[in-house]
Design a protein around this ligand. Structure first.
Ligand SMILES: [Zn+2]
Length: 95
């Protein structure tokens, strides 16, 4: 998981996770205060792990006849996928 590029402190999962849902809000290091921004590659990774599986599921697979069940299951895929994103997404020191 992402560490501070300045002092090497470990960022918490919840802190990174919350950043995604605030439009990729920069993450501030708790020990040295340096701001980190998500990389462009990190944004792609987020979409690939969350929105893409959801869309593939809802548009191409649609195993349920009920549209509400399909949307519900699609949302569940998005949420479950997003749980893994803090482990793989890269941040860099804001300039
Ligand atoms: Zn730091």
């Amino acid at each position: 998981m992402q560490k501070c590029e300045n002092c090497n402190a470990q960022f918490s999962w919840s802190k990174i996770y919350k950043s995604f849902w605030w439009m990729y809000k920069p993450v501030e290091c708790e020990s040295c205060g340096v701001r980190h921004e998500i990389t462009i590659f990190g944004r792609f990774t987020f979409v690939i792990l969350t929105i893409l599986p959801m869309l593939i599921f809802m548009y191409f697979l649609t195993p349920f006849n009920n549209v509400f069940v399909t949307i519900g299951a699609g949302s569940l895929i998005l949420i479950v996928g997003s749980f893994f994103t803090p482990f793989v997404i890269q941040y860099e020191k804001a300039s």
